[in-house]
Ligand binder design. Structure first.
Ligand code: GDP
Length: 426
């Protein structure tokens, strides 16, 4: 049985918490795309962790955690994150890295940074983790696959030379920086080889066997639908697909084996980086939601940047669920809204005087104004409640209104950041 846990929106919906929780009953957790560019916060019996690259099953000792072939593998970051877990008292997790994953190089980070600086006010709001240059190189066939570290060294040296020739044109002439040196790149790769060797495996083959044995497998997505390069708010998107469908490619499994798609949606909206955000709020109203949001306010886990916040966007979330192919929804961070007398949700977009219900392409999205519907607040703290029937009527009304808008059953309601703060509805 394979279940994908993915985001409906711009990311930061609380996928890490849901994955950590479900990992307790799973055999394998796989990261299938992205890299260390987006973070998630996990709070469990070991403490509070800001995780970026490792799968969220690392806290569960019986779970095998896999970095799939679709991931942007920053090797020093991988080792650092692994060490930080054991330093905080978490037993050494069981981890495998796909031999087909590609390596994020220091020059990817440098190029990402230089390009954001060059674009200045028109930048993409990149986390400068090297993700866009990494995936560009992968598809331009000048990336390094982990397996190449264990292949022919002469070929690898020759490839380092080739890459320098290409990259140095941009580095020297566009960014006015020092050129790369092929020997240095090769030496870095040799250091990486030593660091990663104990974890490398043919994870596709391992998963093939695990599926045959009926193992419980989770695919853990990063970011959300609206950051997908094809279906998101292009060009303000990420560089790999955060869709459940991509889980098949980024993990190396058959698409028909993914039979459950749990889409995580937050009870209000938040986004990092630039791009249209129709239900965004500003000023004091936004500051208050930002301060109260998440487990410690809505500030980026990677950059510490304040996140943009807004009301629940039913148009974007319904689209987010549709593109993911959601079979169920986990609605998170609902407890945060307990301070509001009334809670608006965005149920339509007004574009050029017309109200639309379907999420449009970017140029139309930029003109969209939110059509809001206001629901009564419940004005109390819902943390600690374990049964759906025990939630205040206004709170159930809020959940059921969202459920009707999404057209997908809300089977889990998260009413606190902790692992056990969850209300199951099925
Ligand atoms: P992810 O990238 O989708 O895993 O999401 P993040 O971890 O970046 O953002 C979610 C934030 O909300 C984190 O700070 C979580 O600790 C927090 N969180 C998750 N679920 C809940 C919840 O039900 N209530 C509250 N108050 N915080 C939550």
């Amino acid at each position: 049985m394979i279940k994908a846990i993915v985001g409906a929106n711009w990311g930061d919906e609380g996928k890490g918490k849901i994955t950590d929780m479900l990992a307790q009953e799973s055999d394998i957790v796989i990261r299938f795309q992205g890299g260390s560019n987006a973070g998630h916060t996990i709070i469990n019996n070991y403490g509070r962790f800001a995780m970026h690259l490792l799968p969220s099953g690392v806290f569960s000792q019986h779970t095998v955690n896999i970095i799939g072939n679709g991931v942007a593998l920053n090797i020093p970051y991988f080792i650092k994150e692994l060490n930080s877990l054991t330093e905080q008292g978490v037993p050494k997790p069981n981890i495998m890295v796909s031999d087909r994953a590609q390596i994020l190089m220091p020059y990817h980070v440098a190029l990402d940074t230089y390009e954001e600086e060059r674009l200045a006010g028109k930048s993409f709001g990149s986390t400068r983790s090297g993700i866009a240059p990494f995936y560009s190189d992968k598809y331009a066939k000048i990336g390094f696959q982990v397996s190449e570290l264990f292949g022919d060294m002469d070929e690898l040296k020759e490839k380092c030379e080739r890459i320098c020739t290409l990259k140095n044109v941009m580095l020297v002439h566009l960014y006015h920086k020092d050129p790369l040196n092929a020997d240095e790149i090769f030496n870095t790769l040799m250091e990486y080889k030593e660091m990663i060797a104990p974890y490398v495996a043919d994870t596709g083959l391992y998963l093939h066997q695990a599926i045959k044995e009926g193992k419980k497998i989770l695919l853990e997505g990063q970011l959300g639908t609206l950051k997908d390069p094809d279906h998101g708010i292009y060009p303000m998107v990420t560089s790999s697909s955060p869709l459940a469908a991509y889980g098949a490619i980024g993990a190396g499994i058959p698409p028909y084996e993914i039979n459950e798609i749990t889409t995580v949606a937050k009870a209000y909206s938040s986004a990092v980086g630039a791009g249209a955000f129709v239900s965004e709020i500003f000023g004091d109203e936004a500051d208050e939601l930002r301060r109260r949001g998440g487990d410690k306010g809505e500030f980026g886990a990677t950059t510490g940047r304040p996140r943009r916040v807004g009301w629940f966007d039913a148009v974007a979330s319904r689209y987010g669920c549709r593109i993911q192919g959601s079979t169920e929804v986990a609605l998170t961070v609902l407890d945060v809204l307990g301070y509001l007398d009334e809670i608006p949700i965005c149920v339509g977009y007004e574009i050029d005087g017309e109200v639309v219900k379907d999420f449009p392409v970017t140029y139309k999205l930029e003109k969209a104004k939110p059509v809001l519907k206001t629901l009564p607040g419940w004005k109390c703290d819902i943390r600690g409640i374990k049964k759906y029937e025990d939630l205040p009527a206004e709170c159930r009304n809020y959940i059921e209104t969202i459920e009707a808008e999404l057209g997908v059953p809300v089977t889990m309601v998260s009413n606190g950041p902790g692992r056990d703060e969850i209300i199951m509805r099925k």
